[in-house]
Ligand binder design. Structure first.
Ligand SMILES: Nc1ncnc2c1ncn2[C@@H]1O[C@H](COP(=O)(O)OP(=O)(O)OP(=O)(O)O)[C@@H](O)[C@H]1O
Length: 603
């Protein structure tokens, strides 16, 4: 045999013996490996993405089109702690319909090549660190149904080609750094401010914020409501636009002159300072430069300087409590309006801009069972959150502190507190966009007003202050005794870990005992284990708080059953907060409403 033939045969043998399957991988399989190579897979979730395994359709997170040469249909890898970047190779997966990589730690830009995946229907990249802009030819994804790029660091203009995506039904671009005018064109005209919230530099009709020219005059005025909202909006020609801008500039200039005249003559310094979202720079005190006050839920009826003066004068006598995030003060205004001020101890690793943008979202949340965030003040030496003041204090105080003459919580108060807290939490989980996982549900975060209506406090703070960098809560922020086992283990908070804490709260309401009460801790149990033991022994009467004499067996059983389901060791078996709420409304509040409201009217 010739030498050349021998070498050739040896090569064939080596290739077949040592890498038999790599030859069998299809183009999509090879592409997935290229994608894996730019991902930082800290948890090793992609361990079965191997070049020797030709069945790439069975790899973690991958599904393929049925019976179609193993073409990849979806990549589903949310909450996997993946870092790194999305490889431009993604564009080779031309049959890809769903890409879900939300709540990871991906960075870099969204590759332009992604727009080669022209069959894409759902794109979820929420909660990462993507920078740069949206690919300008995103309009090529003509089947796109869902586009969720919220909570990243994307910037630049919103490409008008999105307007061409006539199948787009859900679009969330909130909490980024997008800027400029939102094109009022095609399908883009059909989305309202919820799709754009948390991008302070965006303007346009959808966010009801007029855009300004370089001279500072508004050029986009809110459109009148019309049936044309769903069809592409006709835009004025450049010539007309020029004339319009010119005319408005002259008008605007005249207006500014008149206004500044009136301004200096008629308005006092104080009134000027009261403007919302005003950066307040105190001229008299150069140290105070950079002081900033932002108010939410409409203006507070005080000038900025009044508020800042009050904030600066808070001292030890005003302290009402302190917690993991800092000290809480009571601030009383001259007209006796009272607020709670939380001074944040933690240093903020992220930029003030990111922090304030996220706060703006929290400030926009409004529900009867949540404590209103009314404002934020950045002083040179501290950062302060301003909340509505809840006079009765916390549920923790009412249940466990006997120092002051406190009223006893009867059974119907406790049911009302359970129901209201469930309503507040269900709102955070199911009605807010982006949804808010509380991470620290406990009795000291349930504050009560004079009507015993509960208000959940501190929502959103855990994510904002504990783990600003990661966009997902990977550090345990909650309080021992209330924490779900999987949250303790993985450090990853979810709605279901909030449900667990809510279950513990229910037990606390029933038993009147803290979840870490020594009577069961010394027996090696937590409140959940203790309750289960008593229930097994059919000792219901020992479970109920002795001070609570009006508890009826029917509602008690429902609450205990619900608490048991909420504190199930397996997070998947716990109900959602909407289910919890439904059950409470049906089983606890409906059967005998007259009884409930009669006893409630005692307050
Ligand atoms: N809006 C408010 N109105 C009235 N009192 C408040 C208000 N917010 C907080 N407090 C009081 O301040 C105390 C401390 O609150 P804070 O939320 O800082 O700590 P915590 O709830 O005990 O712990 P954590 O920081 O873990 O949530 C509360 O127990 C409560 O009594």
């Amino acid at each position: 045999m010739e030498m050349g033939t021998v070498a050739w045969i040896s090569l064939v043998i080596i290739v077949t013996v040592f890498c038999p399957s790599s030859l069998a991988l299809t183009l999509d399989g090879m592409t997935l490996l290229e994608i894996k190579s730019t991902l930082n897979d800290t948890k090793n979730v992609l361990s079965n993405w191997q070049q020797f395994d030709e069945s790439h359709c069975a790899w973690t997170g991958i599904s393929c089109h049925p019976g179609d040469e193993q073409r990849v249909r979806s990549i589903n890898l949310p909450y996997m702690q993946l870092g790194g970047i999305i490889s431009p190779s993604i564009g080779k997966l031309s049959r890809l319909q769903r890409l879900a990589l939300h709540q990871n730690s991906l960075h870099g830009t969204i590759p332009n090549e992604l727009t080669n995946c022209t069959e894409l229907r759902a794109l979820y990249l929420r909660g990462n660190y993507f920078q740069g802009g949206i690919p300008s030819n995103i309009g090529n994804l003509s089947y796109l149904n869902i586009l969720d790029l919220s909570s990243n660091s994307l910037k630049g203009a919103i490409p008008s080609s999105i307007g061409r995506l006539s199948h787009l039904q859900i679009m969330n671009l909130s909490t980024n750094f997008f800027s400029g005018e939102i094109p009022d064109i095609g399908v883009l005209s059909t989305f309202d401010k919820n799709s754009f919230v948390g991008n302070v530099d965006l303007c346009g009709r959808q966010v009801q914020k007029p855009c300004r020219t370089s001279l500072g005059f508004p050029v986009v005025l809110p459109h009148a409501e019309s049936d044309e909202a769903a069809v592409p909006t006709k835009r004025p020609s450049h010539y007309m636009k020029g004339v319009l801008i010119g005319a408005m500039a002259i008008l605007g200039l005249a207006l500014v002159i008149i206004l500044s005249f009136l301004w200096t003559r008629l308005l006092s310094k104080k009134e000027r300072a009261a403007k919302r979202y005003t950066e307040v720079k105190k001229q008299a005190d150069p140290k105070a430069t950079g002081t900033k006050l932002i108010t939410f839920h409409g203006d507070l009826p005080y000038t900025s300087s009044e508020i800042i003066e009050k904030l600066e004068s808070l001292d030890e006598e005003d302290i009402v409590g302190s917690g993991g995030f800092g000290t809480v003060y009571r601030m009383v205004m001259n007209d006796c309006g009272t607020f709670a001020v939380k001074q944040i101890d933690r240093s903020c690793e992220g930029s003030d801009q990111v922090f304030e943008r996220e706060l703006e979202i929290l400030g926009s949340i409004n529900h009867i069972n949540l404590v209103n965030l009314r404002g934020y003040c950045r002083l040179p030496s501290s950062r302060l959150l301003i909340y509505d003041y809840l006079a009765i204090g916390s549920l923790d105080d009412l249940l466990h502190e006997n120092t002051r003459q406190r009223q006893l919580l009867n059974w119907s108060d406790r049911l009302k507190i359970a129901l209201g807290s469930a309503q507040g939490l269900a709102y955070l989980h199911h009605e807010c966009s982006p949804k808010v996982v509380h991470c620290n549900i406990k009795s000291s975060n349930i504050l009560l007003d004079e009507n015993m209506e509960p208000h959940i406090s501190d929502f959103g703070l855990a994510k904002l202050l504990v783990d600003e960098e990661a966009h997902v809560t990977t550090v345990v922020a909650g309080t021992f005794g209330y924490l779900a086992p999987e949250y303790l283990q993985s450090g990853r908070a979810t709605e279901k870990s909030d449900v667990y804490s809510f279950g513990v709260l229910l037990l606390e309401l029933v038993t009147g005992k803290r979840p870490t009460d020594p009577s069961f801790v010394k027996r090696g149990l937590n409140v959940v284990g203790w309750m289960n033991t008593l229930l097994r022994e059919n000792r219901l009467e020992d479970v109920v708080d002795k001070r609570c004499t009006d508890a009826d067996a029917g509602t008690l059983e429902v609450i205990l059953e619900l608490a048991a389901r909420c504190t199930d060791g397996n997070a998947d078996d716990r109900p959602s907060m909407n289910q919890v709420l439904q059950l409470l409304e049906q089983e606890v509040m409906s059967p005998c409403p007259s009884e409930f409201y009669e006893s409630h009217s005692d307050h």
